[in-house]
Design a protein around this ligand. Structure first.
Ligand code: DC
Length: 228
């Protein structure tokens, strides 16, 4: 099936990036991390020292932002206005900024359009919060990845351990709670599971197990469509 699109949604720290990247690699599909796009806009807004209530200026900054995702030997690289920002956008501060800008409908509209354009040819694994509900409601396969709060905090903690901004487990848990609340309670495209998404609770599963389950689903869906 040439237009096959896989939507992977879920809260932060559920393992979306690791899983989505591996699924894409195994299938030879394009991998798109939409959170990176919100993070890039968040970074731009922070750098331009805009206040969070300056919504019009923030939307304008999102419109001006040149965001590129490039997959190369060092994995996915994210460029903002021609500069590689792959590392700076990964801090918890950038995550919070992303979560804030992502609650602004005008920002979402710009990024959702860009995401639909990037994925329109199919053979794509796209991860985020609203891929199965908004970006590609007709995706051939939708997965909702979840894990307990404490598992997600622990994963973030391990991931961030070597970073300059390393936080302790308690602060990470608090950040995750705050970000989840904002992502789930916003009015425009809140984080919810699409009705037709496959729900996977990953607290007690390895990355490999989750990846294998998704690949199996891809096989089943492709088989059912009869177009291989
Ligand atoms: O997946 P992530 O942690 O990199 O995402 C950062 C923030 O961006 C997240 O808190 C919510 C927002 N986001 C969103 O609203 N919609 C998406 N499709 C992806 C991310």
């Amino acid at each position: 099936m040439t237009r096959f699109r896989i939507a992977i949604d879920g809260p932060s720290g559920a393992g979306k990036s690791t899983v989505a990247r591996q699924v894409a690699q195994r299938l030879g599909y394009l991998y798109i991390d939409t959170g990176a796009m919100y993070r890039a806009v968040g970074l731009k807004v922070t750098r331009e020292q805009l206040a969070w209530d300056q919504t019009d200026a923030i939307v304008e900054a999102a419109r001006r932002a040149q965001i590129e995702l490039k997959t190369g030997p060092r994995g996915l690289r994210v460029f903002l206005d021609g500069v590689d920002v792959s590392e700076v956008i990964r801090t918890e501060t950038a995550g919070q900024a992303a979560s804030r800008v992502s609650s602004i409908p005008g920002v979402r509209k710009i990024l959702v359009q860009a995401q639909q354009e990037l994925g329109k040819r199919g053979r794509v694994v796209m991860e985020g919060r609203d891929i199965g509900t908004k970006v590609f409601p007709e995706a051939e396969l939708k997965v909702f990845l979840d894990a307990s709060e404490s598992t997600r905090a622990r994963r973030r903690f391990t991931q961030n351990r070597n970073k300059r901004e390393a936080l302790n487990l308690g602060s990470i848990l608090e950040e995750i709670r705050q970000r989840d609340r904002r992502d789930r309670e916003r009015t425009d495209s809140p984080l919810v599971q699409a009705r037709d998404a496959l729900y996977l609770e990953t607290s007690n599963q390895t990355v490999d197990e989750v990846v294998e389950k998704i690949l199996k689903m891809v096989g089943l869906v492709e088989g059912k469509s009869g177009s291989g």
